[in-house]
Design a binder for this molecule. Sequence first.
Ligand code: F6R
Length: 612
Amino acid sequence: MCGIIGFTGSSPAVPILLDGLEHLEYRGYDSAGVAVISPEKGLQIQKRKGRLSALREKLDGLPPLEGTTGVGHTRWATHGEPNDVNSHPHVSQNGRVAIVHNGIIENYAEIKEFLLHRGVRFRSDTDSEVVAQLLDYYFTDGSDPLDAVYRVLEKLEGAYALGILCADRPDMLIAARKDAPLLLGYGQGENFIASDATAIIARTRTVAYMEDGEVAVLTPRGIDVYDEYRRPVEKQRHTIDWDVSAAEKGGYAHFMFKEIMEQPEALRHTVSPRLRDGEVAFDELSLTEEKLRSFRRIFIVACGSSYHVGMLGKYSLERFLRLPVEVCLASEFRYSSPLVDERSLVIVISQSGETLDSMAALREAKALGGYILSIVNVVGSSIARESDDVLYTWAGPEIAVATTKAYSTQLVLLTMFGLWMARALGRAGGPEYAAVTAELGLLPEKLETVLAGTDVYQYLASLYFNRDCVFFIGRNLDYALGLEGSLKLKEISYIHSESYAAGELKHGTISLIEPGTLVVALATYGPLIDKAVSNIVEVKARGAEVVALTTESQRERMEKLADHVMVIPDTHPALQPNLGVVPLQLFAYYIALQRGCDIDKPKNLAKSVTVE
Ligand code: F6R
């Protein structure tokens, strides 16, 4: 989704803004722009449809934009097609104000109507432009710009992170936030705003997260923050402790490949500190045994791949806890009158911690009395801050749009939470608990063996990269894992794929299987291997080509049945998807590579989905 960076200091703003935008590219965008102010030249704006490189090219051909205060933006189009005019920053008719905006102004049509009647002319089709025009409308020369900002914010409905420049204040930048992420960066004689820390980490590691309703006034000398009633707020500062290199490619062709390869290390970070003497220990949780005992039902709420983690988690949690677990798509949850009450544990899973649908679901669940535990990667994100308890995945920054290491760490953490809760409630049987926890510690090494042999996935990709349609089938955990395999493939390679519970095939889908149809058959879940075999035989009988994903112990059997096999080490069945997902990620990656797709930034997708 849209990315914002703002800077005020004593160095030329444009190179800093462009560098920041480059680090926000991963969020997904279709145009980019910058605005700077100088006392002599006032507001200067350049923007362009397409990649940041197109904007750089345009800027290279122009006299340098002067100014040491400015804002930059990458836009992911919602209202109005991606073109130069609809790109941000937007400047007001009288040229007094420029803004960048992330989010959606829901009542923009009403505001536009109001301004049109007063003679304001609009240039773009965006919702965002109304903010610039309304600010200008309320501005009176010489007055405090904050007066106008507060008047405008009062009128806005919807979600926004805003960066605002005023032509007559060349060393000032104003920021405002509601339901869209924005953080403040504190430097030496320079200060920043950004959608996320990756944009500014090269210049400062000291950040504060803006809360809904807050407004910040930044100058090179400092940052003043006010709440929605314009009372001063003392912000808590945090230090970003990960390294810049974690957000760079480090010699890999793609972030996605780097992040796939980082999974063993990411799992070590997630698991090791929480595994002590064969016991799962969550020192960070404040959940008491009494509270745990009060839960009658668990909801898992998330979107996309995080939702797929929830689908897998349901199987493990119900098995360990003997409690009903409902997995809900966050975008559906809030509109479905969910049966959450004080005896509900609501687990929200989100890599970014900023997904608007998940955030809205969290608030709905909280209002209904549910206890919110979130599993989040980005430290200090909105979902983490609004939860009653947080488990951080510690996967490090994930830049590729398609999630890999965040998925893996979410999954292991959810399983560990199930074990921990079952132990606390006295429901975890000794031998099984010991078997799973012993295997937890071995996961990183076993993953390393999967990653050591990528040739097979490259070879399979060379055979199948030009298919139009792929089916993933599996049962139980393999079914839920297939959902992720299918999503990975379609989102980065643009091949249509479907994932089915293998037992459902004969209730309709099998009619689509014909000679040559590619079926990826997941057969890693030990207890149902015989059933998986029957389903492979069924599709083979109709001419399908089968690539089976299976475990070392089933290799021989599968080699006799399938056209090709992808093999992973055996582990406890509850953890098998943690190994199984990696071949599916690599299969998707190499297919997308063969097809020449933009792997890290697939078309139409965004990393952090901050609109509904
Ligand atoms: C797919 C993918 C998305 C995200 C989804 C939720 O590879 O990354 O489906 O899983 O947009 O995002 P988070 O986890 O940030 O809430």
